[in-house]
Design a protein around this ligand. Structure first.
Ligand code: SF4
Length: 279
């Protein structure tokens, strides 16, 4: 059995950056609070927990006048979070990925132009909640073309959660243009996501089995799994090596691997080692 790793796997530049900044803060001597999950990966979250970082679901959980730092995750937050942290006297260390920042700015500009801000993304995802906040009450989230029936307004601004697939976004933009006359579209999908998706699909077409390594919380991992499955190659998503099933490997000459943008290299390496031991 041969094992192939996709050209783009492991942390993306945005996650790498957030991870590095957060690690620096754990050495600052101050109490660090993490708002939500820094990235959607349980192994990374555990690592910060072991470094005494306290995860909170909201700023209100932190007592008034607590000395410390609030870490904003790579997925970004709505604008009011910065005000809430300031009011509590917390320092803010912002690891929002620059690609997400760009999408937030576009959402804000669309809202200022009086547009209904259509966000193509996963309902309830942290990044999407942040984008809704920057849309200043004018945001609507849609997951597929069917949801367009819920969109109203004369002027539309449409953008994407950074980890959507380009084909899906373009399909929704075309459908919006058929229904509305004034549609301004901005493709805010990050290049790390599109390159990773292209590399994964490319590899999936050349192997007999595709394994996508990443947390079930991770939107971009879910998307990779969908795209690899669509090639017709048997595809499974696993979070760690412990979820790898021997039966999948029977009769498979070529096994391809890819990972979500928030999957650490050490998790990928364990899967590679296990596959090589079974080869
Ligand atoms: S997947 Fe893209 S948007 Fe998300 S953290 Fe990585 S580089 Fe940033």
């Amino acid at each position: 059995m041969e094992v192939f790793l996709a050209k783009q796997a492991g942390f993306c530049e945005g996650v790498e950056r957030a991870y590095r900044i957060a690690l620096e803060q754990t050495r600052s001597g101050q109490q660090v609070f993490m708002l939500g999950n820094l990235v959607h990966n349980r192994q990374v979250i555990e690592k910060f927990k072991n470094a005494d970082v306290i995860t909170v679901k909201s700023v209100s959980e932190i007592p008034q006048a607590t000395k410390g730092i609030l870490l904003i995750s790579a997925h970004g937050v709505p604008p009011e979070i910065y005000q809430e942290a300031k009011a509590k006297g917390l320092g803010v260390v912002d690891t929002t990925c620059p690609w997400v920042k760009k999408a937030q700015k576009i959402a804000q500009e669309f809202a200022k132009e009086g547009r209904t801000v259509v966000i193509v993304g996963d309902q309830g995802h942290t990044e999407v909640k942040g984008l809704l906040g920057w849309s200043n009450g004018k945001g609507k989230v849609i997951e597929n073309a069917e949801d367009i029936k819920n969109i109203t307004g004369n002027k539309i601004g449409v953008l994407a959660q950074t980890t959507q697939s380009k084909a899906h976004f373009q399909q929704i933009v075309s459908a919006l243009k058929q229904k509305f006359e004034n549609v301004k579209a901005q493709d805010t999908i990050c290049s790390a996501t599109s390159k990773r998706q292209e590399a994964a699909v490319d590899l999936a077409r050349q192997v007999n089995l595709m394994l996508v390594i990443g947390d079930t919380m991770s939107a971009n991992t879910k998307r990779l799994t969908e795209l690899c499955s669509q090639t017709g190659t048997e595809t499974h998503q696993i979070q760690t090596v412990s979820e790898l099933e021997k039966s999948w490997l029977a009769g498979k000459a070529k096994v391809g691997l890819t990972s979500g943008a928030s999957t650490p290299n050490w998790v990928i390496q364990k899967v590679i080692n296990s596959l090589k031991n079974q080869a």
